[in-house]
Design a protein around this ligand. Structure first.
Ligand code: SF4
Length: 300
C-alpha cells in the first residue's frame, strides 16, 4: 500500500521507536546524576564527603514506588512526562546559573532526582498502555538497551566537555562577566533591555557582588572582571556601593564595564571607579544631534 504524502515516516509510526526514545530519556538523567555531577563538583573543589552525601539524593529512584500509584491513578502520562521534562530543564538551567555549593545545590539536585523518578513512572505507565501484550518481549529488550544508552550518553557529554581547552581561556586573558543587577528604567526607544529584563531595577547587594568577584579571582584568576550590567551607573548609589566595597576589601582588580549612562555621571563616581580598579568602559553615544537624541529618547 502506498504511503500518503501527509503520513509520518515509517520510523515515526513504529511504537518501538518511541519506546527507545522514551527509555533513552529515562536513562539520561541518571547518567547526569551519577557521571556528570561528581566530576563537575570535584572540579569545583567540593569535598569528597559532600559528593558522597549527594549520592543519597539518588534514593528518589529507589523509593519512587511510594508515589507511583498516585501518578498512575491520575493517568495523563504524556502530560506528566512533558511537565517533568520541562521542570528538569528549568532546574538544570537554574543550577548552571548558580555559583558555589550552597543549600540551593542540594535543593536543585533533590528536585532533579525527584522529577526524574516521576518521569520514569509516567514513562513506564505510558509504555505499558501503548504496547500490545505480544509486543512486550521485544519492547523490554529495547527498553533496557536504550536506558543504558541514555546513561552512557551522559558520559559522552563528559568526554566532549574535556575536548574544550578551558585553561586556554585563562592563559590568553580570561574575562569574568558579572551582572550586579537586572532591569533598566530608562526609556530609550530602540533598546531591548527593558523588554528582556524589565524596567524595574533589582539590585544585588554590594557585598554579594564582591563575594562573587573574590571567589572568581580565587578560583580562576581572570585578567579582567567585566561588569555587564545594561548600565552600570544606574542607579548611582548602587554603583558607588560596589566600588566602595571593593576598595574596603583592598582587592586589586582590573575592571571594565560595558555601559555608563551620561545622566548619572559624577566626579565622585569616576573617582571611586578608578579606586576600585576600573581601567576602561564602553560608552555608546548613539548620536550627536539633539534632535536625534530626543527622538531616540536617549537619556530622556
Ligand atoms: S540606558 Fe541603555 S540599557 Fe537602558 S534603555 Fe537606554 S540603551 Fe537600553
Amino acid at each position: 500500500m502506498q504511503r500518503a504524502a501527509s503520513d509520518p515516516p515509517q520510523l515515526l509510526r513504529s511504537k518501538f521507536f518511541w519506546v527507545a526514545l522514551l527509555y533513552f530519556s529515562e536513562g539520561f538523567p541518571l547518567g547526569v546524576f551519577y557521571e556528570l555531577f561528581p566530576v563537575y563538583f570535584r572540579q569545583q573543589g567540593v569535598e569528597l564527603k559532600d559528593i558522597g552525601l549527594i549520592s543519597l539524593l539518588g534514593l528518589a529512584w529507589t523509593v519512587k514506588f511510594l508515589w507511583a500509584p498516585a501518578i498512575d491513578h491520575y493517568r495523563h502520562h504524556r502530560l506528566w512526562m512533558a511537565a517533568m521534562d520541562v521542570a528538569m530543564a528549568a532546574v538544570l538551567i537554574g543550577f548552571a546559573a548558580t555559583q558555589g555549593f550552597g543549600p540551593f545545590v542540594w535543593v536543585a539536585i533533590g528536585a532533579f532526582t525527584a522529577l526524574s523518578a516521576t518521569n520514569d513512572i509516567a514513562i513506564d505507565g505510558y509504555t505499558i498502555e501503548l504496547l500490545d501484550r505480544r509486543e512486550l518481549g521485544l519492547a523490554n529488550g529495547i527498553r533496557i538497551g536504550f536506558y543504558r544508552v541514555g546513561m552512557l550518553a551522559a558520559g559522552l557529554v563528559l568526554v566532549l566537555s574535556d575536548w574544550i581547552d578551558w585553561p586556554a581561556y585563562e592563559r590568553h586573558g580570561g574575562t569574568w562577566a558579572i551582572q550586579t543587577k537586572r532591569g533598566c528604567p530608562m526609556p530609550c526607544s530602540y533598546c531591548t533591555y527593558p523588554v528582556i529584563e524589565g524596567r524595574r531595577l533589582r539590585c544585588r547587594p554590594a557585598s554579594e557582588v564582591v563575594d562573587e568577584i573574590e571567589e572568581a579571582v580565587r578560583r580562576l584568576a581572570p585578567r579582567t572582571i567585566d561588569v555587564i550590567d545594561s548600565t552600570f551607573n544606574v542607579p548611582l548609589d548602587h554603583a558607588l556601593g560596589i566600588c566602595r566595597e571593593i576598595v574596603r576589601r583592598r582587592l586589586r582588580l582590573s575592571l571594565t564595564t560595558m555601559g555608563v549612562n551620561p545622566l548619572q555621571v559624577t566626579p565622585e563616581l569616576f573617582e571611586w571607579m578608578e579606586r576600585a580598579g576600573f581601567n576602561s568602559m564602553m560608552i555608546t553615544p548613539e548620536a550627536a544631534s539633539p534632535a536625534m537624541l530626543e527622538s531616540l529618547r536617549r537619556g530622556a
